[in-house]
Design a binder for this molecule. Structure first.
Ligand SMILES: [Zn+2]
Length: 234
């Protein structure tokens, strides 16, 4: 019986290692996904800001044109102000000049607002370009490293699996089945030590008679509370 328990414990060690290896594999896959998501996030923002930047440039060109046209008109009106002798015509010209000046101020204010909005965007754009290029090179590097890591882990897993199969063949099938069920239900601890009258799996006190029996190692005993396979370590 002691031999049987030892095999189960060996099996448990192997099973736990395999579980850890599998967890590492999925963590690694998660890391690549994370890097990919990060890259995508940056490139989306970059796309958006680039489009905004293009709109801004177009708007600025339009404003610059309008400002230049307004200035030219204003110059012409001023020349005419100096030439006109008719009072009524002069008054009309003065009105036109005022209106043009107002329009000019409005355009200038618009230009200022555009320029002010452009500054933080330009900063963020430069920042994003750097972030994206870093994140992409990290992704390439990560994928390379991870590919090697994944290969290594898969190799280890395969070796453990072979060893486990060999070991499992030596355990009697109903016990193996029971062990596997407890292992999956009890977070990877199917075999627990009975110590000082207590099951170390669930920390509950065992009936004294059962604890005595466990110490004899004549047959396999289970914890009445957590159903784990118990063994005594003297
Ligand atoms: Zn227990």
């Amino acid at each position: 019986m002691l031999e049987e328990i030892r095999r189960l414990m060996e099996l448990q060690t192997l099973d736990r290692t395999m579980r850890e290896l599998e967890e590492s594999l999925s963590t690694i896959a998660g890391r690549v996904n994370q890097l990919q998501e990060e890259s995508q996030k940056y490139s989306k923002e970059l796309e958006l800001l680039t489009a905004q930047e293009q709109e801004f440039s177009a708007a600025r060109r339009k404003l610059e044109r309008e400002l230049a046209e307004g200035e030219a008109r204003l110059r012409n009106k001023r020349i005419r102000q100096n030439m006109v002798r008719n009072e009524k015509e002069l008054q009309a010209l003065n009105h036109e000049v005022d209106a043009l000046k107002e329009e000019h101020q409005r355009l200038e204010a618009e230009m200022l607002a555009l320029t002010e909005a452009a500054a933080p965007r330009a900063t963020r754009l430069a920042e994003l370009q750097e972030l994206l290029s870093n994140s992409q090179s990290e992704l390439v590097k990560g994928e390379k490293e991870i590919a090697a890591e994944v290969e290594e882990l898969k190799g280890q897993l395969a070796r453990h699996r072979r060893e486990r199969e060999k070991l499992a063949r030596e355990v009697n099938p109903p016990l193996l089945q029971r062990y596997e069920m407890i292992f999956s239900r009890r977070q990877g601890v199917a075999v627990a030590v009975a110590k000082a009258g207590t099951c170390q799996g669930c920390m509950r006190l065992l009936p004294p008679q059962l604890f005595n029996e466990i110490q004899k190692h004549l047959q396999i005993h289970f914890c009445p509370n957590c159903q784990r396979i118990l063994y005594f370590e003297g």
